[in-house]
Write a protein that binds this ligand. Structure first.
Ligand SMILES: Nc1ncnc2c1ncn2[C@@H]1O[C@H](COP(=O)(O)OP(=O)(O)OP(=O)(O)O)[C@@H](O)[C@H]1O
Ligand SMILES: [Mg+2]
Length: 311
């Protein structure tokens, strides 16, 4: 059964008199309990996609398209109803950098209580909070601490526990391991893998393809506001089709092979002034004349790729 279906989603920010086209008509879908990785360079629109699904975009954003989540068209649901029944209860998000936004003047326990209060939660707070904190492998003593008294890895577990406290079916984790050292990164990934095993659907947003490969069945590769390749992670990692995906995969160092790492020259186009043809044209080693003028169509096989090479 299709669990999440994003159809022709488009997000534009109005900023200082200019339009930033952060998400340009993207579509993809996921089955229940399937996890997806969203990868791409800084500024390509990864967080915007997560925020759009959570309906937490800032006011300068205009959104069109359709997002079906568990059979409901969520963009059409009025915000009070979405807040009451869906956000945090059905789908939640670990926001990018959230571990650095814990309130320094309140204990961790107080911050959990505030979330429950905000959601009109009537059951026993103590038991729910303690169970949330132990589900992310932290001792109860953490609850009486202030954010500055715990490590970065612990803070990240706390914000994951906060996202899970109302038992959502799916969580969007936006760069949950960035800024953590590799050992703590590995611990957070083990935690996410265990949550996935227990039935949680995960959308993992990361610029790190290695991290994504640990958890996702599907992957969407984003470039300048578009998903340029989408499909099963196992297919795409073995046989990347889009030249951008190929370049991204070739930029990962590997311990067990000696293939030369290649870096991708240049930078993505400005999101306020996008080219009319393929957005990757300037950096693409396989670019053809057609690519300069005509935006590539979506070519479907088992997943899809937006590239004229597969016409
Ligand atoms: N509120 C906003 N107003 C105007 N522009 C915005 C706003 N939020 C994001 N943008 C712009 O939209 C584009 C996409 O941003 P987004 O944060 O979604 O990218 P990202 O892929 O998550 O990047 P990163 O990897 O750095 O987190 C960028 O060009 C960004 O500058
Ligand atoms: Mg981001």
């Amino acid at each position: 059964m299709v669990f999440l279906s994003v159809n022709d989603l488009d997000v534009q920010y109005q900023s200082q008199g200019k339009k930033v086209h952060a998400i340009d008509h993207i579509s993809f879908s996921l089955q229940e309990k399937e996890s997806i990785g969203i990868a791409g360079e800084s500024g390509c629109g990864k967080s915007t996609l997560g925020l759009a699904i959570m309906k937490t975009l800032q006011e300068n954003a205009s959104v069109s398209g359709e997002i079906l989540f568990d059979g409901k068209s969520i963009l059409a649901i009025p915000d009070p109803e979405f807040t009451k029944n869906i956000r945090w209860k059905q789908i939640s998000m670990v926001f990018q950098g959230a571990m650095n936004s814990l309130d320094p003047v309140f204990t961790i326990k107080k911050q959990f209580e505030e979330i429950l209060k905000k959601h009109d939660f009537h059951e026993d707070y103590k038991q729910v909070i303690e169970s949330a904190i132990s589900s992310v492998g932290l001792p109860r003593s953490v609850l009486d601490k202030y954010p500055h008294e715990i490590s970065g890895g612990m803070k990240q577990r706390v914000v994951i526990a906060m996202a899970l406290i109302l038992k959502p079916k799916m969580v969007i984790a936006d760069e949950p391991t960035t800024a953590l050292d590799v050992l703590v990164q590995a611990q957070i990934m083990t935690l996410l893998k265990n949550l996935k095993k227990s039935g949680l659907g995960i959308m993992l947003i990361s610029h790190d393809l290695g991290i994504i490969s640990e958890i996702a069945e599907k992957i969407g590769i984003m470039y300048a506001g578009q998903i340029v390749e989408f499909g099963l992670l196992s297919d795409i990692y073995k046989n990347p089709k889009h030249p951008y995906t190929f370049a991204l995969l070739n930029s990962i160092p590997s311990l067990n092979n000696t293939t030369k790492i290649t870096s991708l020259k240049g930078s993505p186009p400005s999101m306020t002034n996008l080219p009319s043809g393929c957005r990757f044209y300037d950096r693409c080693p396989q670019a053809m004349e057609k690519c300069k003028k005509e935006p590539p169509k979506v070519m479907t096989s088992s997943g899809f790729v937006m590239c004229w090479l597969y016409e």
